[in-house]
Design a protein around this ligand. Structure first.
Ligand SMILES: [Zn+2]
Ligand SMILES: [Zn+2]
Length: 304
């Protein structure tokens, strides 16, 4: 099969492009998303949350490429949760990649910030806590705190079309659709000095296209998954959507588009809770509640 733009053989079907046109298509999609949704302004300092997986490395690479054209500056931030046999490997990838592309990198660990690695928490004080509950809260706190410390005007994450459609469906199935007001290519219902706005430039790109991009670019990436992911509800929803999409093309895109059309209504539903920012009584970080999730979890109280 031939590329729809030239006479070369296609390396990807639907959209059907040769290598060169496929790479260009992905990069153009990211640039279009940034422009259409005003994700980056001139002179912004973008801190990219990077895990060493295909999504965050692809994001870092494309943003680094767009940097001169769109006039912004860039740095990378990695969180070391302390997951033996997984995170230590991905951090090597991140370090090498940043060196190779002359991108400044900071690494912040759970151990230094909270006294223990994720593995240690789960093996000792938090045996009954779901790994992703702990990790989600800790990661969120550290990313916001250190993005702010490293002077970010925006924090960019590698969330893709699959991640976002999964999150929307999860909120629906749990009966909390208003929580989706926090989703979207630019997030944060609230504006606050301590809260760094988040952007998702890969928002409209399906996971398999990112996998193809990073494969064709020959990024030196560990293709393994976090060992705790099997315990996550998200994995179940992801599988379900993948199966459904095999027969119903563009299902994920349709979920996202329906959500974006209705985001304003959802924001009205959630505004009661998020009109103004509270600060956690303990750590003073922005929080929706009097004590933030991270502090509740650190005190090991029943987390609902
Ligand atoms: Zn072509
Ligand atoms: Zn707190």
């Amino acid at each position: 099969m031939h590329c729809t733009k030239c006479t070369n053989n296609a390396v990807y079907i639907n959209p059907t492009f040769c290598k060169q046109h496929f790479l260009l298509y992905i990069e153009k999609t990211v640039e279009k998303t940034i422009k259409r949704h005003s994700l980056i302004q001139k002179n912004d300092h973008i801190v990219v949350a990077v895990s060493g997986g295909k999504d965050s490395i692809t994001l870092l690479y494309i943003l680094n490429k767009l940097k001169p054209k769109l006039s912004f500056t860039l740095a990378a931030l990695a969180i070391d949760e302390g997951i033996a046999g997984y995170r230590n490997k991905t951090l090597v990838t991140v370090n090498d990649f940043c060196k190779q592309h002359a991108i400044s990198l900071n690494i912040v660990s759970y151990k230094d910030s909270f006294g223990k690695s994720l593995d240690k928490f789960l093996a000792t004080t938090h045996k009954n806590t779901k790994p992703c509950t702990l990790c989600g809260a800790f990661r969120r706190t550290l990313l916001n705190k250190y993005a702010r410390i490293y002077s970010a005007s925006k924090l960019a994450t590698g969330h893709n079309l699959d991640d976002e459609s999964q999150a929307i469906i999860m909120n629906l199935l749990r009966g909390t659709p208003q929580l989706s007001a926090r989703l979207g290519p630019q997030t944060g219902v609230i504006e606050d000095d301590l809260f760094v706005p988040r952007i998702k430039p890969l928002y409209f790109i399906p996971e398999k296209q990112i996998a193809a991009y990073s494969f064709l670019m020959k990024f030196n990436i560990e293709y393994g998954e976090c060992p705790y992911v099997v315990q996550a509800y998200r994995g179940v929803i992801g599988e379900l959507l993948n199966k459904y999409e095999q027969k119903h093309q563009d299902a994920k895109k349709n979920i996202i588009n329906l959500f974006l059309k209705n985001k304003k209504k959802l924001m009205k539903l959630s505004i009661k809770h998020e009109k103004k920012v509270n600060y956690c009584n303990h750590c003073k970080e922005p929080s929706a509640t009097a004590v933030c999730k991270t502090c509740v979890l650190l005190e090991n109280k029943q987390y609902i």
